[in-house]
Ligand binder design. Structure first.
Ligand code: NAD
Ligand code: UGA
Length: 457
């Protein structure tokens, strides 16, 4: 009999990851639980709580067969042998380490609940991104008071990116499993490896000690974000010198030591994890007294904030130093294409800065509009939403592209230009559009890291 799997936390990671395991391991029973009843109800409906290309099909194949969603966390713990913990670990907003350290309260509540409810031995798998050495704390919590039940803690961080989660899960670059170097630890690692081996080639499944696994996750995100900040820093220099950042990216990306990915300049990185995980790394460095290492990584986040600010400064400068009373059409609210997720989306900060300048901001996005009222509640009087990009641009003084949705590339910009106030400006924060064509249409075009194309001299 194959062991039952439970996942605590039915979010962007727990839901898709468990759906993929259910798809590839039809002989295993997998339950995903969450305290958020609305989220579980959505997982059990035809309107899944997250938008992710390909996810609907995978869930449709497995749900009710060997994949179940429930709010009964206790029952789930009792009936399972392997428990993935995939709860949120946001940046702490209070007390020591506020604004930097990871807030581990949800994670600790889960550990305590597992200890309270478990009646048999469990393998507990850290799926959430956690500070290095968290597994020690987890083991301590799990082994406090009781001795008859054995808990073996593993680290198995997730590397999927939103928008491509299903593809990433289907063909991961690697799966990382960290475990203890004891007979029980090695046996637990083998159990987890066995699950992934159902579809991931063995040579792509790495096993390490727990600390290396925990730290590798933070390091991977820090490196990816650092590449984005590095190219964005070059984009600023390109704007000052007349170089073209996309040409520079292409040139350096062909160096096999650098590679072509994560060197696309833009409005800065967003998403729930890059900023949070780097700040977590900064906090860890500070905790160990490594002030220079902390400052190095903090710089990656600081530059990201700067990139967003300077995108707005450029809009202001180009539009005669004022956007007060002007209509700005914001093309994109999600933090990247192919997701409805807006956590830490650059569009939020950019919209807020434009509102502070008293612009009237019209937001259009194929998937993320439901989040606008919540994310921009503090400037609601200046913000409207419009699902149709053509209508959003009607009467606007400028368009600011803040998300790289393909649909924005395929619009009829002649028609859009004709409906806008003149002079019409287009600020392409993702270098998504054909700027020469837009310029010919009549737009004054400002892409990131390139000289502007304007009719205003
Ligand atoms: P999320 O906020 O979408 O989901 C977390 C879920 O956990 C929520 O639905 C919440 O209700 C639930 N939860 C919290 N406490 C609970 C409890 N005590 N019992 C039951 N459920 C509880 O978060 P996410 O984006 O899925 O991220 C989860 C973890 O995975 C984080 O540590 C994150 O850093 C990491 N991660 C995220 C991504 C990503 O692309 N979003 C990728 C890799 C790793
Ligand atoms: C990122 C990592 O890519 C995943 O491996 C990791 O699992 C995940 O964080 C996590 O831990 O949460 P995600 O944030 O979903 O995934 O999306 P990315 O594709 O990494 O994009 C992050 C941000 O960087 C987006 O705002 C994107 O537009 C921006 N970006 C990315 C650029 O500006 N330029 C690039 O070249 C690449």
């Amino acid at each position: 009999m194959k062991k039952n799997i439970l996942c605590i936390g039915a979010g962007y990671v727990g839901g898709p990851t468990m759906a993929m395991i259910a798809l590839k391991c039809p002989d295993r029973r997998i339950t995903v639980v969450d305290i958020n009843a609305a989220r579980i109800a959505a997982w059990n409906s035809s309107e899944l709580p997250i938008y992710e290309p390909g996810l609907d099909e995978v869930v449709a194949q497995c749900r009710g067969r060997n994949l179940f969603f429930s709010t009964d966390v206790e029952k789930g713990i009792v009936e399972s042998d392997i428990i993935f913990v995939s709860v949120n670990t946001p940046t702490k907003t209070f007390g020591r380490g506020a604004g930097c350290a990871a807030d581990l309260q949800y994670w600790e509540q889960t550990a305590r609940q597992i200890r309270r409810c478990a009646k048999s031995d469990k393998i507990v798998v850290e799926k959430s991104t956690l500070p290095v050495r968290t597994a020690t704390a987890m083991t301590r919590i799990l082994s406090a008071e009781r001795t008859e039940v054995h808990f073996e803690v593993l680290s198995n961080p997730e590397f999927l990116a939103e928008g491509t989660a299903i593809e990433d899960l289907r063909h991961p670059d690697r799966v990382l499993v960290g475990g203890g170097d004891t007979p029980e630890g090695r046996a637990a690692v083998a159990e987890l490896v066995d699950i992934y081996a159902a579809w991931v080639p063995r040579e792509r499944i790495l096993t390490t000690n727990v600390w290396s696994s925990e730290l590798s996750k933070l390091t991977a995100n820090a490196f990816l974000a650092q590449r984005v900040s590095s190219i964005n820093a070059i984009s600023e220099l390109c704007e000052a010198t007349g170089a073209d950042v996309d040409e520079v990216s292409r040139a350096i990306g062909m160096d096999s030591r650098i590679g072509p990915k994560f060197i696309k300049a833009g409005v800065g990185f967003g998403g729930s994890c890059f900023k949070k995980d780097i700040l977590n790394l900064v906090y860890l460095c500070e905790t160990y007294g490594l002030t220079q290492a902390a400052a190095y990584w903090r710089g990656v986040v600081a530059f990201n904030d700067h990139q967003q600010e300077r995108f707005v400064s450029r809009i202001l400068r180009a539009m005669f130093n004022t956007v007060a009373g002007k209509r700005v059409a914001l093309f994109g609210f999600a933090f990247k294409a192919d997701t409805g997720d807006t956590r830490e989306s650059p569009a939020i900060a950019i919209a807020r800065m434009l509102c502070e300048e008293r612009a009237s901001v019209v937001v259009t996005d194929p998937k993320a509009l439901p989040a606008v009222a919540r994310d921009l509640a503090d400037c609601a009087d200046r913000v409207t939403v419009e699902p149709d990009p053509y209508k959003a641009a009607e009467g606007a003084d400028c368009i600011a592209v803040t998300t790289d949705w393909k649909v924005f590339r395929d619009l009829d910009y002649d028609r859009i230009y004709a409906s806008m106030r003149k002079p019409a400006f287009l600020f392409d924060g993702r270098n998504l559009l054909d700027r020469e064509a837009l310029f010919k249409t009549g737009f004054n075009v400002y892409s990131v890291g390139r000289s502007p194309l304007t009719h205003l001299d």
